[in-house]
Design a protein around this ligand. Structure first.
Ligand SMILES: [Zn+2]
Length: 199
């Protein structure tokens, strides 16, 4: 698992995996690119061939999106940070994360950022990179289980599988995407026991 955020660092990681694959043969190793914030389209194109699993950090759009537009990257590069839809177009799974303590460990805000990509000043950064709520939920459940070779025991609510879970006040698939940030956790169940209850 490699933390690579700038496109030069990402290039170095892609080349390292490529040379390892050439030397040792391709196998199902699932090397993980952590963050990949400024990955370029030509680098997204290489992920699948190299077997690299992208773990993206969509909350970058909220916390630093305006700053990236105004001072660091500008358009159009700022629009392409954490390019969730671009990796989907390559047919890839991805996971999302919040990088606590860099950002607050709030899974519902990760969900909101992945779907809406709203900055602090209420701009939508890179609207073409938004994904559906269902895709964003897969990126928090089934796909990260795959990332860790745990897809046969985690990630889905199925008999025989392990699951910690939360109960929300509304169905995220049925509310308007802009309302996602208002979702409330009613109950948290961990290892079969209620560890949080709102009331
Ligand atoms: Zn980090």
């Amino acid at each position: 698992m490699t933390h690579a955020n700038g496109d030069a660092a990402i290039e170095q990681f892609l080349n390292a995996v490529e040379s390892a694959n050439n030397k040792l043969g391709k196998k199902d190793r699932r090397p993980v690119l952590i963050h990949g914030q400024t990955i370029r389209q030509d680098q997204v194109n290489r992920l699948k061939e190299l077997g690299i699993f992208p773990s993206l950090f969509p909350m970058h759009t909220f916390y630093w999106g305006d700053w990236h537009v105004n001072s660091v990257l500008g358009h159009p590069r700022a629009d392409f940070i954490s390019p969730t839809q671009a990796v989907r177009k390559q047919g890839l799974m991805f996971s999302t994360h919040h990088d606590a303590p860099v950002a607050l460990p709030d899974a519902l805000r990760v969900l909101d950022a992945t779907v809406n990509r709203t900055t602090r000043t209420d701009q939508v950064l890179g609207p073409e990179q938004r994904v559906s709520v269902y895709t964003a939920l897969q990126a928090m459940t089934t796909w990260p289980a795959y990332q860790h070779f745990e897809e046969s025991s985690k990630g889905q609510l199925k008999q025989g599988m392990q699951a910690d879970l939360i109960i929300l006040d509304k169905n995220p698939l049925k509310i308007k995407p802009v309302e996602l940030h208002n979702l409330q956790v009613l109950e948290t169940i961990s290892r079969g026991e209620t560890v949080y209850s709102k009331n």
